[in-house]
Design a protein around this ligand. Structure first.
Ligand SMILES: Nc1ncnc2c1ncn2[C@@H]1O[C@H](COP(=O)(O)OP(=O)(O)OP(=O)(O)O)[C@@H](O)[C@H]1O
Ligand SMILES: [Mg+2]
Length: 398
């Protein structure tokens, strides 16, 4: 046990009492250095674990709001310690390690740890973690309310292009808006949004949904992959899930995602079964992806009439693979089937779709007829004006 460092309170946040527990002095000092000098924080270092967990209250002596625990010297004992500390709902437990071991991170998150730091510490990560802990601190609890928006892409029929449009829209949205953006692939049984973006992912919606009660922004962040555009991606499982997650689990995932990200884009494939969940709630913007074909237009008509008749502008109809003047139907017939004109028309751009598939570079990152159309959708979604320069040559929206 060693130094106590105390710094002045910052207005409105209350003091956070932090206990730093780790037997390796070098690692512990590295963490302490990142904490010292932060406003509103009182730090106490402990240089060993208690002999056994029953000695824990005596060792601590009093209540702490935040525990930061070294897991490298004895991971199994650290796990038991974290579980014991997490038994008290009002404390926030964080762990650190010299290894970026994702399996270990998930194990500790499941035990209740809220943050997993890898050394050397990134100051912004520590700052973010302490801010989140301060928000939970009873003295200053406020409801975090981000002005998060959700964009849900639903296909009128399998193969309409939901994944191609949703994943490239998400890349464009992240780039055009420069805001934090998450793509969630709910496509079942095996969604391929990450593959469309040329990404290899380790974790998926299955990890998030199977233990939804423990899901929070920290746990979610360990499951995400980052695309070079800045987009975060929660991929679909690479294997057939053995059980169906409950609607509550989907609701929790969406709520946590919207706590963490300003924009959440969902590839819902053809998941009409989720119509009763909060996925399609009124505040979400739904993009119904369809094509000009008999069954696609018939399905669109049924979906719109049955589920979306009263949605106004929060339902946006997208005619994908649209080829003017080469259609079975004229615009009047299409509008009649869709009950309104489609807001967006994305050209049939086979050459780009094929090329980008082979190179695993999303077409949103190049200039092509299809990417320009999707960029207009993304700009409108985040309140930016249409990119007039690049609109020449194709009517992207009616
Ligand atoms: N506008 C377009 N121009 C050319 N090809 C396209 C276009 N949109 C999608 N495609 C191609 O159509 C195929 C099906 O697209 P995609 O996988 O996105 O459909 P989906 O609706 O997600 O299908 P699923 O129901 O299997 O999830 C892909 O090969 C894709 O590259
Ligand atoms: Mg798909």
């Amino acid at each position: 046990m060693s130094d106590v460092q105390k710094v002045p309170d910052s207005p409105g946040t209350g003091i956070l009492d932090v206990a730093l527990i780790g037997s390796d002095e070098q690692r512990r000092k590295a963490v302490a250095a990142a904490l010292l000098g932060r406003p509103g924080l009182a730090l106490r270092e402990f240089s060993s674990f208690p002999e056994n967990l029953d000695d824990l209250p005596e060792m601590l002596g009093r209540h702490y709001d935040v525990f930061i625990v070294d897991l490298d010297s004895d991971p199994d004992y650290a796990f038991d310690l974290v579980e014991a500390l997490c038994a008290n709902d009002s404390t926030c437990v964080m762990v650190y390690s010299a290894q970026a071991d994702m399996k270990q991170a998930i194990r500790f998150m499941r035990a209740g740890a809220r943050e997993f730091f890898t050394l050397p510490l990134v100051p912004a990560e520590v700052a973010g973690a302490l801010t989140r802990a301060a928000i939970r601190h009873p003295a200053s609890r406020i409801t975090p309310r981000l002005s998060s928006k959700r964009f849900v892409f639903l296909g009128a029929k399998g193969g309409c292009g939901v994944t191609a449009v949703a994943s490239n829209f998400a890349v464009s949205l992240a780039q055009e808006s420069s805001r934090s953006t998450l793509l969630i692939d709910l496509g079942l049984p095996l969604g391929d949004a990450a593959i469309n973006l040329g990404m290899v992912t380790e974790y998926s919606t299955a990890n998030a949904l199977q233990d939804a009660s423990r899901l929070d922004p920290s746990f979610l962040s360990t499951l995400l992959a980052k695309h070079s555009s800045g987009l975060s991606v929660l991929a679909a499982p690479g294997e057939f899930p053995s059980s169906q997650p409950s609607p509550d689990a989907f609701d929790k995932l969406l709520a946590v995602a919207q706590q963490s990200f300003e924009y959440v884009v969902v590839d819902a494939g053809s998941r009409v079964d989720l119509m009763g969940s909060t996925l399609f709630e009124e505040s979400a913007t739904i993009y119904l992806i369809t094509q000009v074909g008999v069954s696609e237009l018939r399905n669109s008509n049924r979906l719109i009439s049955q589920f979306f008749a009263t949605r106004g502008r929060s339902l946006q109809i997208v005619l994908n693979r649209y080829t003017p003047h080469a259609l079975l139907f004229d615009d009047r017939q299409i509008n009649k089937a869709l009950t309104r004109p489609a807001q967006w028309k994305i050209p049939d751009d086979y050459a780009t779709a094929r090329r980008t598939k082979n190179t695993t570079t999303p077409f949103a990152l190049e200039d092509s007829p299809i990417s320009l159309a999707i960029r207009q959708m993304a700009r409108a979604a985040c309140g930016l004006p249409a990119d007039k320069e690049k609109k020449k040559g194709f009517l992207f929206f009616s």
